[in-house]
Design a protein around this ligand. Structure first.
Ligand code: DLL
Length: 441
């Protein structure tokens, strides 16, 4: 790929702040943030108990002295217990759909929306977006932050948005062809669904104008990226975010692709051991804990994301000196403990995709017929390779089992499926089917 000079991948000058200036800005913003948090009863109580005042914070490192916030704190303060401004200053609400019951509601002032659009513009530009591009957004528009977040970021860059919204794959394909979008925004698993549909519908790839894809909102692997880049003929960049601290725009990749740059002038990120809550050494996997230090409506301190990733420091060739995060290895709540071994679905994906002949469609099924957990990995075979010949399939199964063993250390049961057997996704993929609680009912 011939690449333009790095300045073409930078949206605003703050992105290139030297490290010391980032830390100085974080300190100033953190103090202001603590003042705002004092309007939130949950934090006020904690501050009183812990003796925290804005003046007791003397550097950005003092983030460690502050209380943690968890998903259940949001639940306990549903819907608007974390609001730090009078309700009349709120101009937008979003939320994340929890797996259990009520969503987590997040609120934004006009200034929060402005910052958000800017932060999305940053990762879009660092992934190659230009004002002359047309972008098809295939994320849900609604409480989910993906659709609206990316939408306003794209407009901020001056590119044109096609707000196609999630799903309706046939219509997505029609729009891609007719409107000649250069860029696509969706989850990696939906990009896969689209790539597959392009093939099955017999659409001539050269008739599409797609060049870029901004993919995020769920874990995916490097092999999945290679797969999507080849099948869609795009450059796919990864971006990360979560509703509780804003939505998309928390971090995103630059052309170097050596991790996603944290937007550290607006967020302070830590990487902690989930058990001890101590910082892990740089480069080691831990839980990301994020504070949104510039938000007005809902400033959040040290939110335990449950996302497991690694953090790296050091100046990137792109000029940014912000911390970079690795791909999300998995969520601590998605971590499977199989016969005492910790496994993330992404590790199983990595193993499956390393084997030629497997399709990137798989499911991990957990069952507990008696007292022990049993795990089956169901994986689709690519068109043309699924064979009636027992020996071929047994051989393939063995190779997959070996690859899974090499990466996870576990011998798991593998089930091969004909193409197009498993469910396809419009938003975030659901890879783990946990039947353990329904067994024996
Ligand atoms: O998914 C925000 C978002 C929208 C990010 C669009 C990027 C693009 P939630 O629905 O609150 O918000 O889900 C947040 O999704 O804690 C991660 O577990 C996961 N996640 C988000 N981005 C990535 C990514 C949006 N690039 C949760 N890689 C987070 C892996 C991701 N996981």
């Amino acid at each position: 790929m011939t690449r333009e000079p790095y300045r073409h991948y930078v949206w605003d000058s703050e992105e290139l702040l030297p490290r010391e200036e980032i830390r100085a800005l974080q300190f100033v913003r953190l103090r202001e943030c603590i003042r705002r948090c004092a309007n939130v009863p949950f934090y006020r109580k904690k501050f009183d108990e812990m003796g925290i005042t804005p003046e007791s914070i003397t550097s950005a490192d003092d983030i460690r002295k502050l209380p943690l916030t968890t998903k259940s704190d949001f639940r306990d303060n549903y819907p608007l217990g974390f609001l730090a401004v009078p309700r009349e200053q709120v101009v937008r609400y979003h939320g994340s759909t929890g797996t259990t019951g009520k969503p987590t509601i997040v609120a934004y002032t006009q200034s929060d929306l402005n910052v958000w659009a800017n932060l999305c513009a940053r990762f879009l530009v660092s992934g190659g977006l230009k004002s002359h591009h047309t972008v098809q957004v295939a994320f849900g528009y609604g409480l989910f932050t993906g659709g609206f977040g990316l939408h306003y970021g794209i407009e901020r860059v001056g590119a044109a948005v096609i707000p196609a919204a999630a799903g309706n794959t046939k219509r997505q394909l029609m729009l891609l062809q007719d409107m000649q979008a250069d860029a696509l925004v969706c989850t990696p698993s939906y990009a896969l669904t689209l790539a597959e549909a392009i093939q099955t519908e017999g659409i001539d790839r050269s008739k599409l104008a797609l060049k870029l894809a901004f993919l995020g909102s769920e874990p995916w692997t490097e092999t999945m990226r290679e797969n999507l880049e080849t099948s869609l003929n795009i450059i796919g960049t990864n971006n990360y975010g979560l509703s509780e601290v804003q939505g998309p725009g928390v971090s995103g990749e630059c052309p170097e692709r050596t991790g996603m740059h944290f937007q550290e002038d607006h967020f302070i990120v830590e990487c902690l051991d989930s058990e001890t809550l101590e910082a892990v050494p740089e480069g080691e996997a831990g839980e990301l804990v994020i504070s949104s230090i510039s938000r007005e409506a809902m400033p959040i301190l040290r939110y335990r994301t449950r996302d497991i990733a690694r953090l790296y420091s050091g100046r990137c060739a792109c000029g940014r000196e912000t911390l970079r995060m690795s791909r999300v290895i998995g969520r601590s709540d998605d971590m499977l403990i199989i016969r005492g071994v910790n496994v993330f679905p992404s590790q199983i994906e990595e193993a499956l995709l390393a084997i030629e002949g497997t399709a990137p469609h798989y499911q991990i099924v957990l069952e507990r017929p008696k007292t022990l957990d049993e795990v089956k990995v169901r994986v689709e075979i690519v068109q043309g390779l699924f064979s009636d010949k027992m020996t071929d399939m047994t051989h393939l199964k063995k190779r997959i089992a070996l690859a899974v063993h090499q990466i996870t250390g576990l011998h798991l049961e593998i089930e091969l499926l004909p193409p197009m057997t498993l469910e396809r996704f419009e938003g975030k993929a659901k890879r783990v089917i946990d039947n353990r609680n329904v067994m024996g009912r």
